[in-house]
Design a protein around this ligand. Structure first.
Ligand code: UD1
Length: 461
């Protein structure tokens, strides 16, 4: 349903209906009554071709950044997922004119936005809503924004974002559940990030883009979507250099013009299908990828016995023999991505021997382990380390997606497992994976979405 939102922007009456339905669905989510689940009959290798959508985390920065343009921004290759629908909805509610060109392309004219306020109702569902802080600060020199929602990996501070805004000359107060940011003027500054933060790097770029003088971010994050955001802003006339390295220099400019820009393919969606192919002993050609972005995932899959062939913009994963153990430590890019950690754990749960997974980014990202053990996995967690003793096979069980990537891990586990697994709370998964049911079915998976009302389940899709 939420994917319809993007189409509905053509027609305000349809939009009203969709918003109403979204609100009803949200009530179910908040009231813990979640209606849809996936039903997966496992044990079949995935085979065939899959095409990767645009990068979620790039889109979630680039769409709000259109607010900084004086002209019209045409953004292509937007993934049709509920997180992008939510951010487009925020823009629409703030007063932007958003036009749907086709299912993955929109045009944004943000010239009519006059408010710097983004209330809790708009931000509560997604982490990336914090980018409106940098954007509003840059455009209006003030922002009043509710702190973000999103996946629960323990404490998710925004102190580095605030440190960056303050270094540019803003004052930041948190009162009555709102972050109040004000600046008479923004001046370029040198900002050292005490730890590598994707969100803080992006937010400081956004806030500094029109600041007077030069801003230098040291110990910046290097993720592909930071480079993508910088390329988008540079295509509008910004002057950002060094994105993709740990020192980023931003020369402030007065105006940003309109642009046409196509978002990069999603590294994590591609990685998820790579792991799924290896986990099921399949043979999958993954199209529309940037192989360079997948190197850390490729390296680990080769260690576990998969064969990965790289082409210009596609990658083929097969796994002819047994799954072998390996150790994984998540780190900021170009290290192994934390957003691939749960999927890798699902794969390693049936690898021969003992694998050690160390979470190097988030304090608490093993909440899904309880679900995986319901399917027969043997995993012991001690703080930021999980020890996975490979078992010969997983078995079906009722499980749930505790967050977005944990949900992807449950899907992979279910595809590997004997029997039919039911996965609840799938709204997490649909925040980040476009058409996952169709894409997996095209690869031969037996997966369907089922709508449950009371005790009766009827197939909805
Ligand atoms: C982004 C991604 C998320 C991914 C994460 C790490 C989006 C929308 N989300 O999240 O999927 O898991 O990068 O690759 O792009 N930290 C602080 N202070 C801050 C900010 C962060 O201490 O002000 C810490 C965090 O607690 C965490 C680490 O830095 O331990 C990394 O966080 P960060 O890179 O900021 O993650 P997000 O941008 O929120």
């Amino acid at each position: 349903m939420e994917s319809e939102l993007i189409y509905s922007l053509l027609n305000p009456r349809i939009l009203q209906k969709i918003i109403l339905r979204l609100e009803i669905k949200q009530k179910f989510i908040e009231g813990v009554t979640v209606l849809d689940k996936y039903v997966v009959s496992g044990g079949k290798p995935l085979c065939g071709e899959v095409t990767i959508s645009g990068a979620k985390n790039a889109a979630l920065a680039i769409i709000p950044a259109a607010i900084l343009s004086d002209g019209i921004c045409r953004i292509e290759n937007i993934p049709n997922i509920s997180d992008t629908s939510a951010v487009i909805r925020i823009l629409y509610e703030l007063g932007a004119n958003v036009k749907m060109i086709n299912k993955s392309t929109i045009e944004i004219d943000a010239s009519k936005i006059t408010t710097h306020v983004v209330p809790y109702e708009m931000t509560k569902r997604m982490r990336a809503s914090y980018y409106f802080m940098g954007v509003m600060l840059s455009r209006f020199h003030k922002a009043l924004i509710a702190p973000p929602g999103g996946c629960d990996f323990g404490v998710r501070p925004i102190d580095l974002h605030i440190k960056g805004f303050e270094a540019l000359g803003a004052t930041v107060n948190i009162e009555s559940g709102m972050v109040d940011i004000q600046a008479d003027r923004l001046l370029g500054s040198q900002i050292y990030l005490d730890s590598v933060s994707v969100g803080a790097t992006i937010n400081i770029i956004l806030a500094a883009i029109k600041a007077r003088g030069v801003t230098i971010i040291e110990n910046a994050a290097k993720e592909p979507h930071i480079v993508d955001l910088a390329n988008f802003l540079n295509s509008m006339g910004a002057d950002i250099r060094g994105a993709g390295t740990d020192v980023i220099k931003i020369h402030g400019v007065e105006h940003l013009s309109g642009t046409t820009y196509s978002i990069i393919p999603d590294q994590i969606e591609a990685g998820t299908y790579m792991v799924a192919a290896a986990a099921t002993g399949g043979d999958v050609l993954i199209k529309n990828v940037i192989p360079k972005h997948l190197e850390s995932i490729t390296a680990k899959l080769e260690e576990v016995g998969a064969v990965v062939e790289e082409y210009d913009d596609s990658i083929r994963v097969t796994r002819p023999g047994k799954l072998l153990k390996c150790n994984v430590k998540t780190m900021p890019h170009p290290g192994f991505p934390t957003d691939m950690q749960p999927q890798m754990a699902a794969l390693l749960s049936t690898a021969e021997g003992t694998s050690i997974i160390t979470e190097g980014v988030w304090d608490s990202r093993f909440r899904y382990v309880e679900q995986l053990t319901r399917m027969g996995a043997q995993v012991q967690v001690d703080g930021k380390v999980a020890v996975v003793e490979g078992v010969s096979e997983l078995t079906c069980a009722p499980v749930k997606a505790v967050d977005l990537r944990a949900g992807a891990a449950m899907v992979i586990a279910a595809l590997m497992a004997k029997g039919t697994t039911h996965i609840e709370d799938i709204y997490h998964i649909e925040r980040g994976y476009e058409n996952i049911i169709e894409k997996l079915r095209d690869l031969g998976a037996d997966i369907k979405r089922v709508y449950i009302e009371g005790q009766t389940a009827t197939q909805a899709m």
